[in-house]
Design a protein around this ligand. Structure first.
Ligand code: PPS
Length: 278
């Protein structure tokens, strides 16, 4: 697989990492993190987390949606954990009534353990079997771009998608805090520069958002695009997923020039779509 770098201004250009396929999750000077779960690679024009790639390919080849399936879709660091908890509590309401706090799975489990990422479920080739074993209605999640979803998902009217995204500047700040768990020396400017070039996990962020936005406009019965203002098998520790969840934290990390630059990129990419984070 050839690695390419997605430029915000121009089309894809060759990525110059000598090893080719696995540039860094956050483009850290001084080399890639030793932990491969932190690598990302380019796949079909999107940046995917390296551990997710086998699962994505497997989903594209073999996922069989059912009527009643609900897929929670999001870019990373945009409220996935919150939406998983909310959707799980809603869909499991019969088995676990809200008053039964002690017995409720969310009392002891991370939402990521209650609602699997499809990419992880399918990673070892056993995903189809695991999904088939689940009773309907099934609830699952994905960070995949809409363009990566197989036609089986896109064309099955009974399989619904709920999408959540977030102000891109807050997403970038959240991503930096998350990445610093693995690389405490990571400079914010590295995460920022990479994101401006589209190189965030599951980036470019604007393509991710636009894919689901356009799908929602074309078929609102199938794709529920939550109002951006709503936005606030796990690979990482529980406390990596809960920080502030605030809106506007970017002001504590970006200079006005940085904010204007990312705003301009996002505005240009979303122009004409009817979607805005302003
Ligand atoms: N329950 C709840 N309520 C409000 N906000 C919450 C909640 N759970 C997670 N968060 C905040 O969401 C940010 C993490 O995003 P994700 O959950 O999408 O992360 S991940 O993609 O699943 O890794 C991260 O945002 P930041 O605080 O800005 O870093 C989390 O704090």
């Amino acid at each position: 697989m050839a690695a390419t770098k997605q430029s915000a201004g121009a089309g894809p250009v060759p990525f110059k990492d000598s090893a080719g396929a696995v540039p860094l999750i956050t483009i850290v000077p001084g080399g890639r993190p030793s932990d491969p779960k932190l690598w990302v690679c380019c796949y079909q024009g999107t940046w995917v987390m390296a551990p997710h790639l086998p699962g994505i390919v497997s989903i594209q080849q073999s996922f069989a949606p059912r009527r009643g399936d609900v897929v929670l879709a999001s870019p990373p660091k945009c409220g996935t954990t919150w939406l998983k908890a909310l959707a799980f509590a809603t869909m499991a309401r019969g088995a676990y009534p809200p008053g039964d706090v002690e017995r409720h799975p969310l009392s002891r489990l991370n939402p990521h353990d209650c609602v699997p990422f499809m990419e992880m479920l399918f990673a070892d080739g056993s995903g189809s079997g695991k999904m088939d074993a689940l009773p309907s209605p099934r609830l699952m999640a994905t960070h995949m771009h809409h363009s990566l979803l197989p036609p089986s998902i896109k064309e099955n009217a009974g399989c619904k998608i709920i999408y959540i995204c977030r102000e891109p500047k807050d997403m970038v700040v959240s991503l930096w805090h998350f990445s610093r768990r693995a690389r405490p020396d990571l400079a914010f400017s590295d995460t920022f520069e990479a994101a401006c070039e589209g190189m965030s996990p599951n980036g470019p962020i604007w393509d991710h958002v636009l894919g689901y936005w356009n799908a929602s406009k074309a078929n609102p019965e199938k794709v529920l695009f939550l109002n951006p203002e709503t936005g606030s098998g796990s690979l990482f520790g529980n406390d990596w997923y809960f920080r502030k969840g605030g809106v506007g934290d970017w002001m504590n990390h970006m200079t006005p020039d940085m904010a204007r630059r990312l705003d301009a990129i996002v505005d240009e990419k979303l122009r004409g779509s009817g979607l805005s984070f302003a």
